[in-house]
Design a protein around this ligand. Structure first.
Ligand SMILES: [Ca+2]
Length: 314
């Protein structure tokens, strides 16, 4: 019986998806949703969460983001034991040849050593891609052991000046020019499939336990500050939970297609390769948001039913 139980546990853990997340948490509202989903998802074997810089954070940006990440995991989610939380670089790449040293870069290279081309570590990137690019520059063989899933770009035609890309365009040039398998979830797909109105966000998470209340308060604060027009009671514009797009892909809740991998100009505009070019990119074209939100809310309810979490305080 004991042996059977052991075998069952072994089989379950063997089937879980090994994953690392890099997040610029602290600058927007969606990273918090993605971190909660990641850590509550039993299909993931989370090896670590790395912080990332963003220009909206106080310097040193990687460290400030790490402090916010720790607050999310240990305070908001009340996780007493959790995967390692690792500090990312503070600044973007100065050129496309020189890595930015950080604990996150060394951590990613170290964790990747347990993986191979047939069993890759999945690296979710939902901020500037500095640390992933730095790991590739420091140890180019990492491209044989990881797959990168990135939220970034506006659309297929242009690529374009989107927040995560603009925070380190050189790093994305490095990643696109490398052989690392790359999946991308873009702004236009998120706008269509991951938008929530204020009412929808309220109906989903307000009053849904301390974590739900906290997510709602963060969403509402962001909404009033950045989305609702000043001096107008116009609540028609939704906001997007952008970063969940890459988690959705890893969980099989998206449609996607293989395309020829573009290069990125210094102006952040794509330079498209001819159809049939050898290097590919996996392009997410649709998210099954209904399945995604149902799964997310189910996990949120289950976790809060079985864990004591302090009520949300501002
Ligand atoms: Ca983000």
């Amino acid at each position: 019986m004991l042996r059977l139980l052991f075998l069952l546990c072994f089989t379950l853990s063997a089937q879980r998806i090994p994953v690392v997340l890099s997040t610029d948490v602290g600058n927007e509202v969606d990273d918090q949703w993605a971190i909660v989903y990641l850590l509550l998802q039993p299909k993931f074997d989370v090896k670590g969460v790395m912080s990332a810089h963003a220009p909206s954070l106080a310097p040193p940006q990687g460290r400030v983001s790490l402090q916010i990440l720790r607050d999310v995991v240990e305070h908001r989610m009340a996780m007493h034991s959790h995967p390692p939380l690792v500090e990312g670089g503070h600044v973007p790449l100065a050129d496309t040849k020189t890595p930015i040293a950080s604990p996150a870069v060394d951590f990613l290279i170290e964790v990747s050593r347990g993986y191979s081309e047939s069993n890759r570590l999945q690296v979710l990137n939902i901020g500037a891609i500095t640390d992933v690019a730095s790991a590739i520059l420091k140890d180019p063989t990492i491209t044989r052991r990881i797959r990168v899933l990135n939220m970034g770009f506006n659309n297929w035609q242009q690529g374009g000046n989107e927040f995560n890309i603009a925070n380190d365009p050189r790093a994305m040039q490095v990643v696109l020019d490398s052989d690392v398998p790359l999946v991308t979830g873009t702004g236009d797909v998120c706008r269509r499939d991951l938008a929530l109105s204020l009412d929808q966000a309220r109906a989903m998470v307000a009053g849904r336990g301390p974590i739900g209340d906290w997510l709602w308060t963060e969403f509402a604060a962001w909404y009033y500050r950045h989305v609702k027009p000043l001096r107008k009671d116009d609540f028609s514009k939704p906001w997007m939970i952008w970063d969940n797009i890459v988690l959705a892909h890893l969980l099989g809740m998206t449609e996607a297609e293989e395309r020829s991998r573009p290069r990125l100009g210094d102006d952040m505009i794509f330079q498209h390769a001819p159809a049939g070019a050898a290097r590919k990119i996996t392009w997410i074209t649709r998210v099954d948001s209904k399945a995604l939100w149902a799964d997310f809310l189910g996990l949120l309810d289950r976790y809060q039913a079985t864990h004591a979490i302090r009520p949300f305080e501002r």
